[in-house]
Ligand binder design. Structure first.
Ligand code: URA
Length: 235
């Protein structure tokens, strides 16, 4: 038998339970149905915490061979988050993502859809430069994808842009082909929240295959359209 009791007073509840010989008393409190998302003030400390966790990674070939961690760039309050693959030589030297040739192209791509780079947030799947810029191994992608999911949860973007196959594999698994999946909106669930996600070609791939830029341009236009539909302010 249960009876409802409106006040939160444990002793009273206990007395009541004993008096009426009932198993337990339940409270008439509303259930919190919204997910707790990081608020603005604690984002910075959650990011520091995540960065420290990544700094503590051990037994990692990427970390061993790199100069430093490359964690993030841009506005951590942004509604737009970009995920690349991993740092290259320049990123390893400077400690920021997308500052080499691929970064220069990325900046132009963003400008083409009237986005100023400092208004968005950028990270990579792996936070240490792979030796000779090789693609991260599946085991490395899996290992760092745990941190990436936490990163997405903290930034909590309205639009998530995954650039290249490594970012796609980290979040959607190994069985997809970027050439088939690019240019489509997909739902990504992280910590019970659904993120509007689009896959598109990596700028480094576009530097090698400039004929593919037409597809990238189509994806960029889709992204711009969704930004406008969602009323995201990037100024
Ligand atoms: N390529 C990436 O994926 N990330 C960078 O930061 C630089 C190049």
């Amino acid at each position: 038998m249960e009876i409802e009791y409106k006040n939160q007073n444990n002793n009273l509840q206990k007395d009541l339970a004993e008096k009426f010989e009932i198993d337990h008393v339940y409270e008439n409190q509303p259930i919190k149905r919204t997910l707790d998302q990081p608020n603005l003030s604690n984002k910075q400390s959650l990011l520091e915490n995540l960065k420290n966790k990544i700094l503590q990674v051990s037994d990692c070939e990427l970390k061993k061979n790199s100069k430093q961690i490359v964690f993030n760039d841009g506005d951590n309050q942004s509604s737009i988050m970009i995920v690349g693959e991993g740092p290259g030589q320049k990123e390893d030297e400077i400690g920021k993502p997308f500052v080499g040739d691929a970064g220069i192209l990325l900046n132009k791509m963003l400008e083409a859809i009237k986005i100023q780079r400092p208004k968005i947030y950028i990270t990579n799947v792996v936070n240490y430069r792979p030796p000779n810029n090789r693609k991260p191994e599946p085991s490395e992608i899996n290992r760092y994808s745990v941190f990436l999911r936490e990163h997405i949860n903290i930034i909590d973007p309205k639009i998530l842009i995954l650039m290249g196959s490594t970012a796609m594999e980290a979040l959607f698994g190994q069985n997809l082909k970027i050439s088939k999946e690019r240019g489509k909106w997909k739902d990504l669930i992280v910590n019970k929240k659904t993120y509007q996600t689009i896959l598109t070609f990596h700028p480094a791939y576009l530097l090698r295959q400039p004929d593919q830029k037409k597809y990238s341009w189509a994806d960029l236009k889709m992204i711009r359209k969704r930004i406008d539909e969602l009323g995201i302010n990037l100024v």
